[in-house]
Design a protein around this ligand. Structure first.
Ligand SMILES: [Zn+2]
Length: 465
């Protein structure tokens, strides 16, 4: 009995403070898996994530972590692994994609799948998108398994295929056909990063929301005729006028929990002049916000887009001969709605702005990702923020992406999703080393720091308390 009590006491103590992993060894192991994963050419199209998926499964199997492949197409499997917890809390999902965008080998100093280490960097396609998250997830799973500590919830890893344009074989397939295998309370995935300037991390952005991509087509119809006799019904003229009206119109500024927090926090680390603009952009007084908005639209267009549903006219077609007045002309507009925008009402608003019965305005086909929101007042966001402070000693900016990510499919099902990633030099983007750039690289030290951060966030969320 006394012995049993002692064992219980020791177990309880271990449960509260698990020993830290041997980080020097973990760094080496991280690099070894990272390089192995980078050396598989998983460019999408055509995809072909199988070698990477097989590699992950084999590493997990060897560690005693059950992993399963789910494939809509045989050479494009997704990998799901699960560490079991007590079930007192709902699972945590860690998601990362194994495919990458394409490469033009001529543009690379080091071959794009060589995973060359040079001057503190690793060079390869996928280093920051998204094999960094893949390896961080893998290492976190391995470390938790080795710690052998009781968990309050399951930890699920999803290494998905097809994120770069073929979600049909990846997240759509998993969310629609195998949701029970990935269902969770929280999800961590790509979509955030740390912003380094002059070697200093200025802030860490965590993606907590994203806009919903839609497309609107505008078709102007008029009478065809000879170009020598101008007509007031000319479809090109009506379409040009409609496009110009929409472009001049600005959908109203509508901050939400994420963007309000984003601009307030960004103001707290900006110059007084910038800070005033960020705060003014949120002002309920439309005169105050309009001046700030005007500046942002001209100088910080991504910030202007974060404030509202945005419209960008990106395609314009009509006419086929210089001497023929065409009877039809069409424009296609890229619309990114705020997650809570009512699409039908928004379309009515666009029709009202154009106010031309000869122009038909409607939504047109697009791979519409579903919407959903993520809250900031959760255990997950708290854990992320606490570990940003611990590992990066800086501020966390909750961010709404203007673009779309695979988290949209999970948010639509009620999973609270947070996009995280390693710190990157802002100077690296313009040099052509960012995600989807001519070349891609990551700082080794930031990869290691991200693994530590990732592990701590996950442990805070799953460890028995
Ligand atoms: Zn990605």
């Amino acid at each position: 009995m006394a012995l049993l009590l002692m064992v219980t006491a020791v177990t309880t103590l271990t449960a509260q403070t698990p020993a830290q992993p041997d980080w020097t060894k973990i760094d080496e192991e991280t690099m070894q898996h990272f390089q192995a994963l980078l050396r598989f050419d998983t460019t999408d199209p055509p995809g072909g994530e199988k070698p990477a998926a097989d590699y992950l499964k084999q590493v997990l199997d060897k560690a005693g972590i059950p992993a399963q492949l789910f494939a809509l197409e045989p050479n494009r499997p997704n990998v799901v692994a699960r560490l079991k917890g007590s079930g007192s809390k709902r699972p945590l999902l860690l998601m990362a994609h194994t495919d990458t965008v394409n490469v033009d080998p001529k543009k690379w100093t080091h071959p794009p799948f060589s995973a060359t280490r040079d001057g503190g960097y690793v060079y390869s396609r996928g280093t920051v998108d998204d094999k960094d998250n893949v390896v961080a997830t893998l290492m976190t799973l391995l470390m938790i398994k080795r710690q052998n500590v009781p968990l309050d919830r399951d930890v699920i890893a999803l290494f998905e295929a097809g994120e770069e344009g073929t979600t049909r074989v990846g997240i759509q397939f998993m969310a629609n056909q195998h949701f029970a295998d990935i269902d969770a309370e929280y999800c961590l995935a790509e979509g955030g990063n740390g912003s380094r300037e002059g070697g200093q991390v200025k802030f860490i952005s965590v993606q907590t929301l994203e806009k919903i991509p839609r497309a609107i087509s505008m078709t102007a119809r008029g009478v065809a005729g000879h170009g020598s006799v101008p007509l007031q019904t000319n479809s090109i003229v009506h379409l040009a006028d409609a496009v110009a009206k929409v472009a001049k119109w600005q959908p109203p500024i509508r901050p939400n929990e994420t963007t309000a927090a984003y601009f307030k926090r960004l103001a707290s680390i900006s110059t007084p002049e910038q800070a005033e603009r960020y705060r003014n952009a949120l002002s309920p007084d439309s005169k105050v916000s309009a001046a700030a908005d005007e500046y942002l639209r001209a100088n910080e267009p991504r910030h202007a887009s974060m404030l509202r549903t945005s419209i960008s006219p990106n395609m314009f077609t009509g006419g086929y001969r210089v001497n023929v007045i065409p009877s039809e002309a069409t424009a296609t507009l890229d619309v990114r709605t705020l997650p809570d925008e009512d699409p039908a009402k928004f379309l009515e608003e666009v029709q009202r702005v154009v106010n031309d019965p000869s122009v038909e305005i409607k939504y047109t086909a697009r791979d519409v990702r579903p919407g959903g929101t993520t809250r900031l007042n959760t255990e997950a966001f708290e854990a992320i923020e606490a570990n940003v402070t611990k590992h990066y000693k800086t501020i966390t900016l909750p961010t709404m992406s203007t673009g779309a990510t695979d988290m949209a499919y999970l948010r639509a099902k009620g999973i609270q999703c947070y996009g995280i990633g390693p710190a990157m030099d802002v100077e690296d983007g313009p040099k052509g080393f960012g995600a989807h750039s001519d070349q891609e690289r990551i700082l080794e030290s930031e990869l290691y720091r991200f693994v530590r951060f990732n592990y701590d966030v996950v442990m805070d969320l799953v460890r028995k308390k």
